[in-house]
Design a protein. Structure first.
Length: 106
């Protein structure tokens, strides 16, 4: 999982992502064109709604897409899938459920 980080809009990439409040806890699936910014908003409680209410502040999974259309399609697929499938996506790349937010800047 890699995301290009840059100032301005030049390197923003559409991503589907999952935030969690703890291992095997509450999950939130979202889509954005600026993952570092959006994850930061969730982490700091600046995104009103579900993630703030359920304290989903840990970025546990993301997937980069070529277009926003494909990212939105994938988000719907992931959201429509079972919890077991969501957990399998996380476990496949992040079995320890570590916060992958810092890796966005490596």
């Amino acid at each position: 999982m890699t995301v290009k980080i840059a100032t301005g809009d030049a390197m923003k990439e559409p991503c589907v992502y999952m935030m969690a409040n703890r291992r095997n806890g509450t999950l939130y699936v979202g889509v954005t064109s600026d993952l570092p910014k959006r994850a930061y908003q969730h982490r700091n409680g600046w995104a009103p709604g579900f993630t703030k209410r359920y304290n989903c502040k840990v970025l546990v999974w993301y997937e980069v897409h070529e277009t926003m259309e494909s990212a939105i399609q994938r988000e719907k697929q992931v959201k429509g899938g079972s919890r077991v499938k969501k957990l399998a996506l996380i476990e496949a790349t992040n079995p320890d459920w570590k916060d992958v937010y810092p890796s966005l800047f490596e």
